[in-house]
Design a protein around this ligand. Structure first.
Ligand code: MN
Length: 272
């Protein structure tokens, strides 16, 4: 496993010593999420030449670390982008992301980086400064979509969906960084949408916030137990709270302790 990488790092160690290797690996891991975000943004925008350039940058930067699998995945992206085959380019970007995650873990262990630091460096699923985070708003009521747009539209890219079926289809093509999910939707309800997301390797780690008018005692626990990462009761009256919740989840991944619910008997304790 990882014999290319191992050989490259051993060569670098003979050449410049362990500190050089640690420095190169750290630099690489610092830059990687931004580079991947650029590739993903280009793929989403259907910009073949920007995508080719982004993949090329990742391949070049990984070459000295002997990252053969990552180079191969980048090469596939470049070739598809060259042919303007955006569909296979996008699926190769997913391969690049998966390999980048696995390589990040391996490199961090190899040079003995603090796993928390390495995780943050390598987590390309959180928003970076390169692009605004993308939030899917799944809500059948146009007024509520409008309200959410008014609160979050300036800070985030919003993809709005009126049904669960549309949302699943849209999110498969364009993965969001976070989802605000109405629980009562016509046809497939929010719990079904959540279950399908959690069963999908591409969407499994995306934080999902339940947005629901069923604001009753015990609801918050029920939704968090169902696997939601947060809970917002409708009507949304406290916009600051919604913004804080979204920001916290985007920053911290799936931290279920952060909830925007009015305080009440059932809302005082965070889920352990
Ligand atoms: Mn609804």
């Amino acid at each position: 496993m990882r014999q290319h990488e191992r050989a490259a790092l051993e060569r670098l160690t003979r050449f410049g010593g362990a500190p050089l290797v640690t420095e190169l690996v750290t630099l690489f891991l610092e830059d990687l999420p931004g580079r991947i975000a650029r590739a993903r943004a280009a793929a989403l925008a259907g910009d073949a030449s920007a995508l080719g350039a982004a993949a090329h940058a990742i391949r070049s930067s990984s070459a000295q670390l002997g990252a053969a699998n990552l180079a191969a995945a980048c090469d596939a992206v470049e070739k598809a982008a060259e042919k303007c085959d955006m569909e296979s380019a996008a699926s190769s970007v997913a391969d690049v992301e998966a390999e980048a995650r696995s390589l990040t873990d391996w490199l961090a262990t190899y040079v003995g980086l603090d796993p928390v630091v390495a995780d943050r460096l390598g987590d390309t699923s959180v928003a970076t400064d390169v692009e605004r985070a993308r939030i899917a708003v799944v809500e059948d009521n146009a007024d509520n979509r409008l309200l959410i747009d008014a609160i979050l539209g300036e800070s985030y890219v919003l993809d709005e969906y009126a049904t669960g079926v549309d949302a699943l289809e849209g999110m498969a093509a364009c993965r969001p960084d976070l989802v605000l999910l109405d629980v009562s939707l016509p046809g497939m309800d929010g719990l079904d949408v959540l279950a399908r997301m959690r069963a999908d390797p591409d969407l499994r780690r995306v934080p999902v916030v339940a947005v629901t008018a069923h604001a009753m005692v015990g609801d918050r626990e029920r939704y968090l137990t169902a696997g939601f990462d947060g809970y917002v009761p409708k009507p949304i009256v406290d916009e600051r709270r919604l913004m804080d919740l979204v920001e916290g989840l985007l920053r911290g991944g799936t931290e279920r302790a952060r909830v925007a619910a009015p305080s009440g008997p059932s809302d005082t304790d965070a889920r352990p």
